[in-house]
Design a binder for this molecule. Sequence first.
Ligand SMILES: [Zn+2]
Ligand SMILES: [Zn+2]
Length: 250
Amino acid sequence: MADGFSQTAILAAIASALAMSAIVAVRYLLSSGGFALATRAVRPGLYERLGPQIGSEIRWSLLSALIYGVPAGVVAWGWQEHGWTRIYTDAAAFPLWWMPVSLLVYLFAHDTWFYWTHRWMHAPRPFRIAHAVHHASRPPTAWAAMAFHPIEAVTGAVVIPALLFIVPIHVVMLGLVLTIMTVMGVTNHMGWEIFPRALVHSRLGGGLITASHHQLHHEKYRCNYGLYFRFWDRLCGTDAGVAQPGWDGR
Ligand SMILES: [Zn+2]
Ligand SMILES: [Zn+2]
């Protein structure tokens, strides 16, 4: 081939994308399934009568997993085969303080991207075409973590792979970013607050988004757009605070 990528390389990249889609799907089923089981133990009956909704949450989420796997798998292949990205494995390659800072940079950059694309998707046309799928979860459940229309899934799938080309990150910190992303995506939708009330209402908790905050987004729509931090909501006047203590029957 004229420009460097052989047919075998392209097949390997496609295989990596499919493998990553399968990994993301399994990660979704285990994390959402795990917290759904926890919900059954802690809040028996909370998802009662939500069976049909949960079915569609799972179908949209598995489609999203397929989409998320494509950029992630291609970038993982490029990292392994061609040294793409700024992922590093030698802890001494950057000062040690960069590890926690890089974690915060990734979370903040992802949060910023999410806030603005999310606000855009609440405009009437994008909402009708795409974002209505996510808001069909009323109330959301642990299975809604990846329940997105393909258009929304694409906007979500590209952000971390793109950052990997710009911001250096140790592979362990990357694992931590993905773990936080997965756990918060599930717990913010599961219909009850998993974090202690003292934390949610503390100064530190006041800057973070948990279920008590995102639940209000699903109730009121035009507020609380953020992903991890309340920074942009506060700055832009879209923060409606957290649901009243006891909203989740606790
Ligand atoms: Zn949501
Ligand atoms: Zn929304």
